[in-house]
Structures are given as C-alpha cells and as structure tokens.
Design a protein. Sequence first.
Length: 248
Amino acid sequence: MIATGPFQVPRVPALAERLSPSVVQLHSSEYRVPDALPPGPVVVVGGGNTGYQVAAELSAAHEVHLSVGSRQAPVPQRILGRDVFRWLEALRLMHTPVDSRIGRRMKDGDTLIGSGPRKLRRRHGVAVHGRTTGASGTELSFADGARVTPSAVIWATGFAMDHSLVKVPVFDGDGAVAHERGVTAAPGLYFLGLPWQYTRGSALLGFVKDDARYIADRIAALQPATRSAASASTPNTPSTRTAQERRP
C-alpha cells in the first residue's frame, strides 16, 4: 500500500533562480510567521487557498503583493452558519465519482474557500497582480505590467508527487499512477490518498476513509482464495508425534 499523500515535493518555478540571493525566497511549506521575514515588500506567488491565506496573514506586518496565475471561483467558508464542507457532504458532492459529469467539472475547477481578490484588497490592503512572468535581480514582473522589488518571495505554487520509490510499471505515459480506485494492475499494489483517486475527498483526511474501506474490501475478498490455494498446496501428512509428546 502506497499512502504517501499528494503533497510531497515543493514545486517552485524555474524563474526563481533568476532572483538575486539578496531576496529571501521560501516555499509556502517553509513559511511559519510574518516576523521571520525581513522588512519590506513581500510577494506571494500562487492563487490557491494557501497563497491567499499567507498573503492575508502577512498583510498585518508587511506590504504584500499577490500574484495570481489563474482565477478560481471563490466560495464562502460558512454558508447559513455552517461550514461549506458540511454542505458539500450533505449534497453528496464530496462523494461524487471522478468519472461522473459533475465529478469531471469539479476536478477541472478548483475553488477558493473563504478567500477572494476583492476581500483581500479591501480587508487586508493586498495588491493583487496577474501571473508572474519574469524575474531579474531583485525585481519581479507580472502579466498586468506591474513590477515589484520585494525583500522576500513566498512561492505558494503547490507540490508535485514523488513515486520514485515504486519500481513497478504502474504508471501511464504522463507518469501518473494507472489505477482503478487505487487498485493497480500489479497484484498486491494499492495506492491511497491520491488527488481525485475516486472523489473530491480522496486526498482529504476527513474523507480518505471511504477509499481505504474500498481497498480493504478488495484485499479481504482475496483472502479466501489465498487460504484455499495455500491449503491445496500443503500435503495432508499424519502427525508422527506420540501421545506422550502431545501431553502438556
């Protein structure tokens, strides 16, 4: 069972190498508190939930710029007094299969939970820019034509998966795991916790149990056949122990 999760190798764009060593650079996985960054403007690169949340927190102590490559639909954290995930579960959207029409639309459209560019500008004074298009020396440039000279850059650019420990041919032409709900073509090799392994909740702690139960059932279904095969291969030889040897 490979259950190493989807967040393994921090992903940083190649243009980060063009920045001067005087600019502090961190991946979001390395960021802890605003005070750990030097004084001056901070650029957060990444338009997902992490990028928005880090930018909002930093705004209390720094001038902050957020670079957003692709827009995501904002969704309130709470709707009618309940957390949005309660609604998603109640509507069974967290359990919608990836191969369904709704599942395919959900997979291709990420959402911002409790964040959004308008809220970030109004409440936190964060300047929101387009995609980061260039880096040179101490300067970053963006698709909207803006340029910023930051003291620090936080790359909230996500993670890549690393399955290099798996030496079995269970990957497709793009390097993704070829599986059916975590079950691969290699006997006895299963994956758990992949993004959209079967549903939106497959890589989330609150919902991964559904995939775990499915795989456990598949493994359990193999047990009778395995035991029968083992019994058939074991010769029925009579015991040669004497009564005295068997006596406690």
